[in-house]
Ligand binder design. Structure first.
Ligand code: GTP
Ligand code: MG
Length: 205
C-alpha cells in the first residue's frame, strides 16, 4: 500500500544548550522526550529512515544536547513539501548522570519547552516493558500543566507479544492517571507505529 506521508529529507541541523543556539529559521517542532535509553534517538532514525542520523547507544545518557533535525515530508494529495524539525532531547532519570548535570539539563530543557513557541506536540516515550516511573509521571504532569500537547509513545513494542503489550499499555495509562489516553506502540526495530506517527505529525503541521 502506498504510504500517505513520505519523508523526503532528514538531516542534522544544530545542537543547543541555550536560546542563542536554537535554529535561526523558525519551523514547527516535534519533540521527543523520555528517560535515558528509552529509544528517542532510535525513533528519529526509524522515522526518517536515515541510519545514524541521531546517535544511538546501549549506554544511557548518550544524548546530551537539544538536537534539531531538519525533516521534510510530502503528504498524499498535497503538492507542497512540509518542512519541520524533529527535536531530540537528553534523557531524564538516569542515575549515573551527576546531580549538577541533571539540574543543568532540566533547566535548559524546561527553558526550551517553555520558550520555543513552535512546538506542535511532544512525544513522551515510555518503554513498553516498564510501568511508568515516578519521573515519567512527573514529566507528563508538568507538560500537561504547562499546556504542551503530549502524545505518549510506548517504545520497543517488539520486545513484548501483543497481549502483554496491551496489558502494559493499560498499566501505563493507569500510572499516568488518564484511563482514556491514546498511547501509540512503536518499534524502531520493526517499524510498527511509524506510519501512524507520521500521520499525527502531518496533521499537526
Ligand atoms: P539517551 O540518548 O541516552 O537518552 O537514550 P535514547 O532514548 O536516545 O535511546 P537510544 O535510541 O540511544 O536507544 C537505547 C537502546 O535501546 C539502544 O541499544 C537501541 O538499540 C535500543 N532500542 C531503541 N529502540 C528500540 C526498539 O524499538 N526495539 C528494540 N528492541 N531496541 C530498541
Ligand atoms: Mg538519545
Amino acid at each position: 500500500m502506498k504510504e500517505r506521508v513520505v519523508v523526503t529529507q532528514g538531516k542534522y541541523c544544530v545542537s543547543a544548550v541555550n536560546r542563542d543556539q536554537y535554529p535561526s529559521v523558525k519551523r514547527p517542532e516535534i519533540v521527543f522526550i523520555g528517560r535515558s535509553n528509552v529509544g528517542k534517538s532510535s525513533l528519529i532514525n526509524s522515522l526518517t529512515r536515515v541510519r545514524n542520523l541521531a546517535h544511538v547507544s546501549g549506554q544511557p545518557g548518550k544524548t546530551q544536547t537539544i538536537n534539531f533535525y531538519d525533516v521534510g515530508i510530502k503528504i498524499a494529495g498535497d503538492e507542497s513539501r512540509h518542512d519541520f524539525y524533529l527535536v531530540d532531547l537528553p534523557g531524564y532519570g538516569y542515575a549515573k548522570t551527576g546531580k549538577a548535570q541533571r539540574l543543568t539539563w532540566k533547566k535548559f530543557i524546561e527553558e526550551y519547552l517553555l520558550s520555543s513557541g513552535s512546538i506542535r506536540f511532544i512525544a513522551q516515550l515510555i518503554d513498553i516493558r516498564h510501568d511508568a516511573m515516578k519521573s515519567d509521571v512527573n514529566m507528563f504532569q508538568w507538560l500537561v500543566a504547562n499546556g504542551l500537547p503530549v502524545l505518549v509513545v510506548a517504545t520497543k513494542s517488539d520486545k513484548l507479544g501483543r497481549d502483554a503489550g496491551s496489558r502494559q499499555i493499560d498499566n501505563i495509562r493507569r500510572a499516568l492517571g488518564v484511563p482514556e489516553l491514546d498511547i501509540l506502540p512503536y518499534s524502531s526495530l520493526k517499524g510498527e507505529g511509524r506510519s501512524e506517527l507520521l500521520d499525527v505529525i502531518a496533521d499537526s503541521l
